[in-house]
Structure formats: structure tokens, C-alpha cells
Write a protein that binds this ligand. Structure first.
Ligand code: NDP
Length: 484
């Protein structure tokens, strides 16, 4: 047993009694002067920070990323400068729609966020376990999330809201097909892939830019839960996935992912048949093959869940030299919305928290703000330009210029888009058993939804693949002539 140390107040004053309140006589009222009681209750009342609006329920762990293959011709990012380079990482996996106490085995995409503490500053990959997303324009994001969360009147989640929105948003079909497939509920967080989902960029010292898709392939194998298995576990252990990851790491069974990229030269984007900045689409592997880059291993559990997992703040805009974003509309909006959410949720100095701060010195002119808990840059000069040796911008960190064209306008993102081909391709690559599960899961989820919405959604399934539409229609008992 460890030797007990003296308990103190937050100010360091020793505490003589943490069992009994200060009262006027043994049965008398509690005195206002019981500072310790007041401090204890007041702190307790403030223990929770607002939970994330999305991705509230998560699990996190530290690890290591090691570069195994050379991609230095595409990027001058320090981490990729030579094979064998490595850096510490912190990963957080999460469900999307459920609240902090929700079951881990819900059918939902999983957030797959990784912070790479590189020697050139932090690189955050804030992805999902699916390569695509439900919408392609962030103007629809809060509408989409409202439709998946709770009904404003009943306070309950509601299939009609979900399918009303989805059936009116055909760009969601590819992601719906992924979500209701067997991969929609991973067996554990170790048995799922991760994807950057958006197109990002890499650029080299010659100023050449390449578009890139990031893939994290599980080395444990893709394993899934059926809806029935997931329902059973949800009734027994809400924290099933969190527990599995924590226990595996405690036992030295470290999960690993092979990190891979698809690379597209900058100018290909102008002629490639598939819109390369549309997050509802993948790049078929036959067009842009996967190339191995490195290995991600998770090998250390946090010491404190709140400090390290709840306060972890990932930002798709954290991109060191040699890496960049892309014109993907969803990504552009996420570059704003993630840090904005962190400022609201944990405060303006969130980036200085231990789990979030880079492993190299930070030098900027941000000062002050609520709960400035570090030295606030001490007496250093707080404006730029200055004559007193403050940090300066260095041109070598500038991204190469990006060619853009066109008039600023609100372009219809649904016009001229094929939302069916890739959803159909996914359906067709599934085994007979996977197709059976997909259709059964969809039939279950569409139960009780008004028929006009069911029919509107069935038309999408049918357009992706007639057998897909027919299977769900049969399961729902809807005649095919209402769909075709
Ligand atoms: P490929 O046959 O080259 O690749 C198929 C991909 O599908 C593999 O990456 C495989 O992942 C993945 N996959 C298999 N079963 C499922 C499932 N139930 N849910 C989600 N993904 C699954 O084909 P293409 O590249 O031509 O793509 C065909 C379709 O595959 C796409 O329309 C897309 O829906 C899906 N897909 C494509 C990806 C891509 O980046 N090109 C990535 C993921 C899915 P694994 O190797 O881990 O088994």
C-alpha cells in the first residue's frame, strides 16, 4: 500500500476532517464557514464540461506511429523524411450520435481521430471508420445531425426524422449502405479500419502538390457484430468497446493499423471522372492503388479519462509543413468548426493542455483568455513585428499556391452527381450473407416509418442496384411497382 499524504484544500491548507461537516452542535445546522464543504460541493457542481454535440462517447489511448515506406517524394513533412521515423500519437475512437452514457455497440459510424505529435508540430487525422460521409456540403451538417438526434417534442430518437432527411438527401446513400452493412457495428474498436475520408494534400520542397486519401487498415482483421449481438451486449455492458480497448492495452495486446495512402497528382483532379473533393465518394483502388506508408500502434492507456480523453481536442486543420487540406466543402467547414467547438467546450486555451500540446515549443502571440494555466509566455514581447527577438514567420512553411477558378456562387451540390454507382458497387462486393444482413438491418430500421418515406428511400436503393431495392422492399412488404 502506498503511504498516504496529507489531504489539502485547493490552496494547499491541510484538512483535518473530511468525514463530518462543521455544525452548531451535533444535531445543529451546518455553518456557512465550512469552507471545505462549500469548496467540495461547488467543484462537484462544475465537474462536467459540455459533452461534444457529436462523438460524445469515446475511448482513447496513446501509441506510436512508425514510417515503414518512403513517400518523401510527395511531401516534405518531417515525419515522412525517412523510413524508420516515428512519433508519439494519441487516438480517440467514438460513436457519433449517442450521448456520453450511450451504449458502445450502437449502429453508428465510429470517429477515428489520431493526433501525431511530430517534430514539426501536431498532425491531426480526424476521420471515421467509414471512407465516406452522409453529406457533402457542411451547410447541411446541423440539419443532418438534428435528424439523427432527439425529436424536439418527445425527446426520443426517431426513425421517421432520420429517414425523412436521408431519403431527401440521396448523397447519403453510399454511407447508409456502409452503415447498415455488417461493418456498421464493429466487434471492437481494434477490429475496424479508419479513414481520413476527405481528400487532403501533400506537397514537397519543389512546391508540387498531390491529393491524398488516408487509410488505416486494422491488422486485427475486420470483425463485426450482428444487430442481435450488439443489442444483447448493449443490455449488459454499455462500455463494451471502451472496456475492450482499455483491457487489451493493459494486457499488452497492442492493436495496430497499417497506414496507407492513395495519391493523385494535383492536375488529375481537373479531369478525373469522380469529383475528388466529394466526401460521399471513394477513389476506386483500381484508379489510385493503396500504398503502404507506416504502422500505427496503440500501447498506453491514459492515466486520467477526463484530462486526456474528454479534453482531447482534434482539429483537421492541424497540418504540419508538407501537408494541407483540399477544396472539399465539408473539410473546409470542419477546419473552422472543430477549434470553435473546443473553445466553447473546454475553453480558449485548450491547445495548451498536456494531451493537446505539441511535443515541441509553441511560439506565438496569443495571450491571456480564461484559465490561462501555463506561464502565458511570461515577459516575452506580445506583438509582431517587433524589435525584441519575438518569433517570426518563415516562408519555407508556406503552402504552394492553389489554382482555383470559377465565380463565387451557391452551386447546387446535388446537380449532376451520381449518388448511386458507388453505393451499388459496395452492395455488389458484399457476400450473400453480408447482403442478407444489410437488407435485414435496413428493414428493421425502416419499420414504422411512413410509407411515402419508405418508398422514397426504396427508389434510392433500387437505383443503386435493383436487387438491393427489391430486397428491402420485400422485407418491408411494399410492392415493387410502387418503387419503380
Ligand atoms: P475494391 O474491391 O478495390 O475495394 C473494396 C473495398 O471495400 C476494400 O477496401 C474493403 O475493405 C471494403 N469493404 C469490403 N466490405 C465492406 C463493407 N461491408 N463496408 C465497407 N467497406 C467494405 O473496390 P473499389 O476501390 O473499386 O471500391 C468499390 C466499393 O468499395 C466502393 O464503391 C466503396 O463503397 C467500397 N470501398 C472502397 C474504398 C476505396 O477507398 N476505394 C474503401 C472502402 C470501401 P477491406 O480491404 O478492409 O476489407
Amino acid at each position: 500500500m502506498s503511504k498516504a499524504t496529507t489531504m489539502t484544500t485547493a490552496a494547499g491548507n491541510g484538512i483535518g476532517d473530511n468525514q463530518n461537516s462543521l455544525t452548531a452542535g451535533p444535531r445543529g445546522p451546518v455553518l456557512m464557514a465550512d469552507y471545505q464543504l462549500m469548496e467540495k460541493m461547488a467543484h462537484f457542481n462544475r465537474e462536467r464540461v459540455p459533452e461534444r454535440v457529436v462523438h460524445a462517447k469515446g475511448a482513447g489511448a496513446y501509441g506510436k506511429f512508425t514510417v515503414t515506406h518512403d513517400i518523401s517524394k510527395y511531401t516534405c513533412a518531417q515525419i515522412f523524411s525517412k523510413v524508420g521515423n516515428s512519433c508519439e500519437t494519441f487516438a480517440r475512437f467514438s460513436t457519433v450520435a449517442g450521448e456520453l452514457g450511450s451504449p458502445d455497440t450502437a449502429r453508428d459510424p465510429r470517429g477515428f481521430a489520431v493526433k501525431f505529435y511530430t517534430a514539426d508540430g501536431n498532425w491531426d487525422m480526424v476521420g471515421n471508420n467509414t471512407p465516406v460521409f452522409f453529406i457533402r456540403d457542411a451547410l447541411k451538417f446541423s440539419d443532418f445531425i438534428h435528424s439523427q438526434k432527439r425529436d424536439p417534442r418527445s425527446g426520443m430518437r426517431d426513425a421517421t426524422m432520420q429517414w425523412d432527411f436521408w431519403s431527401l438527401s440521396p448523397e447519403s446513400l453510399h454511407q447508409i449502405t456502409t452503415l447498415f452493412s455488417d461493418r456498421g457495428i464493429p466487434k471492437t474498436l481494434r477490429h475496424m479500419n479508419g479513414y481520413g475520408s476527405h481528400t487532403f494534400s501533400l506537397w514537397n520542397a519543389k512546391g508540387e502538390r498531390y491529393w491524398v486519401k488516408w487509410h488505416f487498415k486494422t491488422m486485427q482483421g475486420n470483425k463485426t457484430l450482428t444487430q442481435a449481438e450488439a443489442n444483447k451486449i448493449a443490455g449488459e455492458d454499455l462500455d463494451h468497446h471502451r472496456r475492450d480497448l482499455f483491457t487489451a492495452i493493459e494486457n499488452g495486446d497492442f492493436p495496430k493499423w497499417t497506414v496507407m495512402v492513395q495519391i493523385m497528382p494535383e492536375r488529375d483532379a481537373e479531369t478525373y471522372a469522380i469529383h475528388p473533393f466529394d466526401v460521399t465518394k471513394v477513389w476506386p483502388h483500381a484508379d489510385y492503388p493503396l500504398q503502404e506508408v507506416g504502422v500505427l500502434e496503440l500501447n498506453r492507456n491514459p492515466q486520467n479519462y477526463f484530462a486526456e480523453v474528454e479534453q482531447a481536442a482534434f482539429e483537421p486543420g492541424n497540418l504540419p509543413r508538407g501537408m494541407g487540406a483540399s477544396p472539399d466543402k465539408m473539410l473546409q467547414a470542419r477546419i473552422l468548426s472543430y477549434p470553435d467547438a473546443h473553445r466553447y467546450r473546454i475553453g480558449v486555451n485548450y491547445a495548451a493542455l498536456e494531451v493537446n500540446k505539441p511535443r515541441i515549443p509553441v511560439q506565438h502571440y496569443h495571450r491571456d483568455g480564461a484559465t490561462r494555466f501555463d506561464g502565458n509566455s511570461g515577459s516575452a514581447v506580445n506583438y509582431q513585428p517587433n524589435s525584441f527577438g519575438g518569433p517570426v514567420d518563415v516562408a519555407a512553411y508556406k503552402e504552394p499556391p492553389l489554382r482555383i477558378s470559377g465565380d463565387a456562387d451557391r452551386y447546387d451540390h446535388r446537380a449532376g452527381n451520381d449518388d448511386y454507382q458507388q453505393a451499388g458497387a459496395l452492395y455488389r462486393l458484399m457476400s450473400a450473407e453480408q447482403k442478407r444482413q444489410l437488407i435485414a438491418n435496413l428493414v428493421g430500421a425502416l419499420q414504422g416509418v411512413p410509407e411515402f418515406i419508405q418508398v422514397r428511400q426504396l427508389k434510392h436503393f433500387y437505383q443503386a442496384d435493383p436487387a438491393y431495392g427489391q430486397g428491402v422492399a420485400e422485407g418491408l412488404g411494399i410492392a415493387l411497382n410502387k418503387v419503380i
